[in-house]
Design a protein around this ligand. Structure first.
Ligand SMILES: [Zn+2]
Length: 95
């Protein structure tokens, strides 16, 4: 059974790889390689920028930064809670 290389269009006789450009030809092999690539991409994925920011603030060398972060963070959390409460009030209220 011959397989045509999708890259260089060469016909290869029952090879898993193209003899010319080393492109994988076996469908199962291609699938395996693709999933392996995806795993690697996930492993190399950098931390979310927001997560990185939080980590940096939380583990700062400076006490003032950590205090500042804690204050801002609690204000932000209560602000979000308040906003969602108001949203809920407007949605639940008449009119
Ligand atoms: Zn090829």
């Amino acid at each position: 059974m011959e397989r045509k290389c999708p890259q260089c269009k060469t016909w290869n006789s029952s090879n898993k790889y193209c003899t010319i450009c080393k492109q994988p030809l076996d469908p199962q092999l291609i699938r395996e390689l693709a999933s392996k690539n995806r795993e690697q991409e996930n492993a190399n994925k950098p931390l979310d920028r927001i997560d990185m920011f939080h980590n940096k603030m939380k583990h700062s060398r400076f006490l003032i930064v950590r205090i500042f972060y804690t204050i801002i963070y609690s204000i932000w959390i209560s602000f979000v809670a308040l906003m969602s409460f108001f949203m809920w009030m407007t949605a639940a209220g008449p009119g």
